[in-house]
Design a binder for this molecule. Sequence first.
Ligand code: NAP
Length: 259
Amino acid sequence: MDFGLAGKRALVCAASKGLGRACALALAEEGVDVTITARGQEALDVTAEAIRQATGAAVTAVAGDITTAEGREVALSACPSPDILINNAGGPPPGNFRDWDRDDWVGAVDANMITPILLIRSVVDGMIDRGFGRIVNITSGAVKAPIAILGLSNGARSGLTGFVAGVAREVAQHGVTINNLLPGQFETDRLVANFEATAKAAGTSAEEVRQSRQQANPTRRFGDPAEFGATCAFLCSRQAGYINGQNLLLDGGLYPGTF
Ligand code: NAP
């Protein structure tokens, strides 16, 4: 299937590793020119080169913290009028809400709600003028099935989800769609680091945590970031133009509801 994306421009935030990287690679495979960001220059440059080698696409790498005004400015200077925006950033830390003060909450809301909203604001009118745009926000399965120790994520990402639900209906008449992708457990550096932290707290091994989590999933495995990237590329395709304002859970069926 030709997704009709050749020659489009994408800004993919937080994309030197993991899910962001997978989205950038999948878009580049469709002939999209991608601008990728991350804080660490070294891994970012390695990823940019790997995507160029694998796809032949034009890849621009811009180092910066996307949750800061400066980071957003350099990203948007490198890719001022994207046809596709993939919003992503690191997630807030786990913990007990009794230990979080106002600064913790402001930090989470800033990174996982306000940052993507400001990026949407910066690019959406250009998309409207051009009559085509795709915005995909990487959020979390925790938006649909909250996890108590991820309270900062549950709260901040739900705020973004509510905002997107409204604005997606406003822009769709101009050929612009906005959707959220909700990852369950995908095998990224972040997930593996999480096994180690969980194992330490529970007095078990990271391998045991891995096995038990895999067994708990209907697929008996974790998601492959490439599967996530391919789903993202499809949501950005011409064919997906009637998918708008949705929250798509990619969790192997772990969420037990009928809908
Ligand atoms: P990951 O493997 O740790 O990769 C995170 C990427 O984002 C790296 O390239 C990192 O590079 C970059 N990054 C992090 N903070 C950034 C910032 N402030 N500005 C710019 N770049 C930044 O993580 P992941 O597993 O792909 O997770 C991506 C998002 O999905 C996170 O918000 C996570 O909470 C959420 N999520 C993931 C899963 C999962 O199973 N993997 C499940 C639910 C939700 P630098 O560190 O160099 O900046």
